[in-house]
Design a protein around this ligand. Structure first.
Ligand code: SF4
Length: 66
């Protein structure tokens, strides 16, 4: 089973918090919207990714498991 971050673009307000909490997984585009590589998260980063998803002020960041 692998975990990936996903953004609900209908909710994301470009707060940028996710990039601050997960700088190795998320970068921001010139408008402040997150850029994800879509790759499965390393196991060691899943806990921090879950925290980032919970911290998203717009509830736009989600951790999916496939
Ligand atoms: S923290 Fe949430 S609202 Fe802010 S850029 Fe990331 S996904 Fe979007």
């Amino acid at each position: 089973m692998s975990s990936r971050l996903q953004v609900d673009w209908t909710r994301c307000d470009a707060h940028g918090l996710c990039a601050r909490l997960l700088p190795d997984q998320v970068t921001l585009d010139p408008w402040g919207f997150p850029v994800l590589d879509g790759a499965p998260l390393p196991d060691a980063r899943v806990r921090d990714a879950r925290r980032a998803a919970q911290a998203c002020p717009a509830l736009a960041l989600r951790l999916s498991r496939t």
